[in-house]
Ligand binder design. Structure first.
Ligand SMILES: [Fe+2]
Length: 124
C-alpha cells in the first residue's frame, strides 16, 4: 500500500505539537492581530514555513490564497528566484460576526497544498 500523495487534498500536520521538517517548511505562518475593529483595515502578514521555504527553479511556492473563513479574499501568484514566499494583505472585517478566522492556503509545486487557520475576534 502506498503512502497518501501530497497532491491529494489539503496537507495538515499529523501532530501539531511535533511538526516534521516538511510541515515546518510548508505550513503558512499567519501574523495578524488577535482582535480587530470592525470596518478598520488591518494587515495579515504571511510567510510560508517557520523554516522559510525555498524559491528556486524547480521547487517553489506557486501561490498563496487568503480567506475569511470560507470566503475568498486575495491571491498572490509567485515567481521563483525573484520573490520570497511572504506576502502581506490588508483586510477589513465587517461587524456582522464577533469571531472569524483568517485561513491561508499555499501550493508548493513539489509538496502540494497546505493550510493554516488563525481565529480572530472582531470588536465594534
Ligand atoms: Fe516544497
Amino acid at each position: 500500500m502506498s503512502e497518501k500523495s501530497l497532491f491529494c487534498g489539503m496537507n495538515k500536520p499529523a501532530d501539531p505539537g511535533n511538526l516534521t521538517e516538511t510541515e515546518k517548511k510548508h505550513i503558512p505562518v499567519i501574523d495578524c492581530p488577535d482582535t480587530v475593529k470592525a470596518g478598520e483595515p488591518f494587515e495579515v502578514a504571511i510567510k510560508v514555513g517557520e523554516i522559510p521555504h525555498v524559491m528556486q527553479e524547480g521547487h517553489s511556492i506557486q501561490w498563496i490564497e487568503v480567506f475569511s473563513g470560507e470566503s475568498f479574499l486575495a491571491r498572490v501568484d509567485l515567481t521563483p528566484v525573484f520573490t520570497t514566499a511572504e506576502v502581506t494583505v490588508t483586510v477589513v472585517k465587517s461587524g456582522k460576526h464577533r469571531a472569524s478566522s483568517i485561513r491561508v492556503v499555499e501550493r508548493c509545486n513539489l509538496h502540494g497544498q497546505w493550510e493554516a487557520v488563525k481565529q480572530i475576534n472582531i470588536s465594534e
